[in-house]
Write a protein that binds this ligand. Sequence first.
Ligand code: ZN
Length: 366
Amino acid sequence: MPDSCCAIGCQNRRTCSLKTLGLPFYNIPSRNTPIDKRRRFEWIKALRREDWKHWPDNKISKQKVCGQHFVSGRRSEDSNDIDWVPTKFVYNKDAEKSATKKRKIRTRYCHINDKRLKNELPSFQESADPGKTDDVIDDITETEKLTESEKEVLKLKETIKSLQNELTERNKKMFYLQKENEMLKGEKSRHRFGYNKIKDIDKTVNFYTGVPTSAVFDWLLDLIKDSVKLFHSSLSCEDHLLIVLMKLKLGLMNRDLAYRFDVPECTISKIYRLWLTVLAGYMKHLIVWPDRVTIRQNLPECFARKYRDCVCIIDCSEIFIERPSCLTPRAQSWSNYKHNNTVKYLIGISPAGAVSFLSEGWGGVR
Ligand SMILES: [Zn+2]
């Protein structure tokens, strides 16, 4: 048998057709908690069923109230909500007024929220017009349109707002991190070894490169820079030349140079091999065999006394090489003296100290 609504003057019964329409029916609250007891008292008071005075509690608990007696169409579990208790009855004008008043307050709250969100969310402002604040509050029919979906929209707006705040915070954080990153990069480049660190003191330039002054270094770089290419973006053109000259002057290992310049070891190897070839091409014309008259004119005093006829002092320089995989060059380059595979060069210098002869390379066995 279908249930009937117990409200005075209401004819609604829980039939299939009403069920399809989604009209809910609620029992009179019967749980034994203090809040439910208070709710039950409020419901019975609102229903004004004088005839229930002598009814047992369990009989009253089975009575139903339909959703039409709630402002939103459904009961609310929030004790501050108007729909915590049924209020819409044919006889209850006061309750209607009170519901309207509460609606007004809620609409005002929604409107303030809309206004607050307007700046950040222009696309969400279709329903809120700041120029019509009073109209919205006064228009009772408008307030009644606040449905579950509108509440949902409000919640979503709040979520979007908090997400936007979070985004702003993160953007701020990112900005500071980028600044810090730039600062640290600058600091790192200041502390890294490079030409900029040594160029101001000629003595230091000479110690590291064998070139007497930074002016000569710059001249040398000017001479070759159009014929070479840069291998690493963090190294300047000057640093490339510095690497080659440091290896020549100090005989440093590639790993040592890679550590000093903070680049991979293979980069040092590439720079050395390719820059050295270009450098040799430009510098080899400086090795000149001087004529006898010039040698005599520039003979140092110590030579003039004992070695007047000396024109050249020769020596052999031996350089270690990787062991060749092919047997013939391996045999040709094996040096019994050094117990390694080497290449030998014959070097001649004039009595005044200028390199006047450099032979082709020969295998270390000879
Ligand atoms: Zn009813």
